[in-house]
Ligand binder design. Sequence first.
Ligand code: BES
Ligand code: MN
Ligand code: MN
Length: 474
Amino acid sequence: MGFYPFSNQIINFDDKLFVMQNIKNYIEQNKQRFLDELFELLRFPSISADPKYKEDVARTATFVADKLRAAGADKVEVCPTAGHPIVYGEKIVDPNKPTVLVYGHYDVQPPDPLELWKTPPFEPTVRDGKIYARGACDDKGQFYMHVKAFELMLQTDGLPCNIKFMIEGEEEVGSDNLGVFVSENKERLKADVVLISDTSMISLENPSLETGLRGLSYVEVEVQGPNRDLHSGVYGGAVANPAIILAKMIASLHDENNHITIPGFYDDVVTLSEEEREALNKAPFDIEEYKEDLGIENVWGEKGYTTLERTGIRPTLEVNGIWGGYTGEGAKTVLPAKASAKISMRLVPNQNSNKITEIFKNHFKRIAPDTVTVSVKPHHGGEPVVTPTDSVAYRAASKAIEKSFGKAPIPTRGGGSIPIVALFEQELGIKTVLMGFGLDSDNLHSPNEKYDIANYLKGIETIPLFHKYFNELS
Ligand code: BES
Ligand code: MN
Ligand code: MN
């Protein structure tokens, strides 16, 4: 019998217990290095949206490839695309064993507004057991758990399944070039399941698995008035002000019940049965804590639905940014020539992003008064997905979480979007398991993004168990 200094479990010759113990010991012995490597990764400003960072994004891809190679992956490659590169690597231990395709993204959202960060976004800093940095949770901290879990498996009990890694650099800008890569590499990407850690769980005490993601339709609208900015005293009151028109048009998109007013918008929405809604609302959720965390007096949303339903199973429409006229220091009296906004709609099954973009466009142009001209420019989109809960892969994930957290996960619906999930189903015919370890309160896309060290290490502990159970149950 060996000596396991970090164990509080009884060591016996039960093989399962030994595997668990090997995992725990390896993490305990290597956790500082696991953290140091993640910090190194977080120092790269891999902002995919900003062309200024193209070189940094490329350097990040090289770093990820190096780490995959060092962990033991074969055929590691930084694959160029028309945009940012995709990192690929694999380890095939036995063609008869099941294959897990791990997907993640090494690109991050822009960190601005910079002045709201307590410590710089690309200098990871630990406060109160949490790593603060852009990408800490979304998705560097989360995909890197898979790289370290892979290393751990190879260094301890071996790989229970074949693994393929595909880590992309354009997720935060709509994965424009991933579709081509996937359809050109169908054979290489062949797998039995896609495993993604890029979503949230309720908490370490209440682990959960997201079983659905919303789709996305994203447009930019512009309201054009006069042919130039005008003196607001000389012309104001006599010429339509595009900023006011835009504000009114946007305001009209919701009615008094916060229902979206675009005709046909809800036509394809799948409504859930009372039982399904009841199950969804059973997930632990503290509305007071939610309001307190966000600093709001009250929540808002579509009448007749709970907060969990509003973000999980109902489509929504948001203004992501709005501008026009003078926004600098002091006061300038001006009637702006134009005003713009970036509008997104989150979609649920069975809505289709192209169709929604089209009906938005028609509606928005139709409600424009004849004093202005309106243009609508579509950006990227993505389709909603529901992932199965009766599959071998879901059961493996559920069992893995139960083993490492001591509690079976609750299925939940996520509000965010990962458009590639629908694409995997369509192009490769593979379903996904969303085994995320982040928290909704991790400030994704916000200043002071964070990831708990505890979640990072718990993820590294849970992932090898997924592979083990996936192999056993397959
Ligand atoms: N990881 C997020 C998506 C997410 C976050 C899903 C939390 C569930 C819970 C992903 O990186 C993301 O931000 N996606 C974008 C869409 C993309 C097309 C820019 C999003 O949801 O806004
Ligand atoms: Mn992400
Ligand atoms: Mn994101």
